[in-house]
Design a protein around this ligand. Structure first.
Ligand SMILES: NC(=O)c1ccc[n+]([C@@H]2O[C@H](COP(=O)([O-])OP(=O)(O)OC[C@H]3O[C@@H](n4cnc5c(N)ncnc54)[C@H](O)[C@@H]3O)[C@@H](O)[C@H]2O)c1
Ligand SMILES: [Zn+2]
Length: 358
């Protein structure tokens, strides 16, 4: 069992990283809920796989819990499904002392967190992330949101959970493509913050790909530590937290240009990191070996590294619409050396075009 303390101003909390045993969850749950009334939110896949364990455990310890099951997939992060969850919360008679548990991937975490942040102006919220992406990224840091038909994550809040409980055994049932997508975010932490971790990843990626428990739990622990640290410094993204968007300016544009149907989020981020690293090389910020290193590591994870058949002008249009921009400039987080990035906003459009066409 590994434990990380996240010291945010709005609500400090712990991340627990465990394997096999769900028992510690009940112990920690008792410490961070105000009443025994809970609503568990999960999607249909996770309901089938993990809700029976949760249900048994909560019943055994006298919790008065209900469950709300949503369809899997990004389309569920909508005001329509939010509304059905408000109804579920009302039907379950949740009050200000009740807690919502998000059991699932980033979709459920973001949606359930949005309900917890807004139902009765905020009730208890706990994250049990079950995808690699959710375990190392979306469950930490309190960004909760639903999508608008015209823009992703545009309706949301900063709302920290009171606990994040990771059981890495849940990753064994995760479809392979979802697992490798999460690896892109893992590699991102090496590039934005920690050159030693990047080197460690190069040496240990085979162990991670083989689900070696010790290797995987160390990697998750490192990623959670880095993300927590960045969130602690800048909870509401006024400055440094933006470095977590490395790979995302181009990545989100690729996801949007392909209708969120061709690439998983992690695959979009993998491609985004490659092209943003190439931009950094074109600006003379890094040498080409650093680009090669990234491509090689992503390829070992079976992640895409080259775009096919998307017009660069469409990608640039999507980038201009990105909510991370301030004013009309597209903001990029670019590598400036091993394990280091910085923010750039006046990239020459011709250079951008030629890199994206490469
Ligand atoms: N809040 C943040 O800071 C933040 C950060 C990054 C991403 N996100 C959001 O996260 C979402 C993506 O999350 P995701 O990649 O976890 O996708 P997801 O929640 O859609 O899960 C992916 C798929 O895996 C299934 N699944 C989940 N856990 C499983 C398990 N243990 N075994 C078998 N199947 C399982 C789900 O049913 C789903 O079909 C996006 O909406 C993105 O915007 C949020
Ligand atoms: Zn991401």
């Amino acid at each position: 069992m590994k434990k990380i303390y996240v010291d945010t101003c709005s609500r400090p909390y712990h991340i627990y990283i465990t394997q096999k045993d769900w028992n510690p969850f009940i112990e920690y749950l008792g410490e961070c809920v105000r009443s025994k009334k809970l609503l568990v939110v999960c999607d249909e896949n996770v309901y089938r796989l993990y809700y029976p364990i949760m249900d048994n455990m909560l019943s055994k310890y006298g919790y008065k819990h209900s469950v709300a099951v949503v369809p899997p997939g990004e389309d569920t992060k909508s005001l329509k499904h939010a509304n059905s969850l408000y109804t579920a919360a009302l039907d379950a008679h949740l009050d200000r002392d009740s807690t919502i548990i998000a059991l699932g991937g980033g979709v459920v975490g973001d949606l359930a967190g949005f309900i917890a942040a807004t139902y009765m102006r905020g009730i208890g919220f706990i994250q049990i992330p079950t995808t690699l992406l959710a375990q190392i990224d979306s469950s930490i840091g309190g960004k909760v949101a639903v999508n608008h038909p015209n823009a992703k994550n545009i309706i949301g809040a900063f709302y920290q959970p009171s606990m994040v409980y990771i059981n890495i055994d849940t990753l064994t049932t995760l479809p392979r493509q979802e697992f490798t997508g999460g690896l892109a975010e893992l590699i991102k932490y090496g590039y934005i913050w920690d050159g030693d971790f990047l080197e460690w990843l190069e040496d240990n990626i085979d162990g991670i790909l083989a689900y070696d428990v010790d290797t995987l739990s160390y990697a998750i622990y490192k990623a959670c530590t880095i993300k927590s640290h960045i969130v602690e410094m800048d909870e509401d993204e006024q400055g440094i937290r933006a470095i977590l968007n490395f790979g995302h300016t181009v990545g989100h544009a690729i996801e949007a240009a392909t209708g969120y149907k061709v690439y998983t989020h992690g695959e979009g981020v993998a491609l985004g990191m490659v092209y943003e690293t190439k931009i950094a090389y074109n600006l003379g910020l890094i040498d080409y070996n650093y680009v090669r290193k990234l491509i090689h590591l992503l390829e070992r994870c079976s992640l895409p590294t080259k775009l096919h058949g998307i017009d660069s002008s469409i990608l640039i249009d999507k980038m201009v619409l990105d909510k991370k921009n301030r004013g009309d400039n597209i903001v990029f987080i670019l590598p400036t050396g091993t394990g280091k990035v910085d923010s750039f906003s006046d990239i020459d459009i011709n250079m951008l075009n030629s890199v994206l066409q490469d």
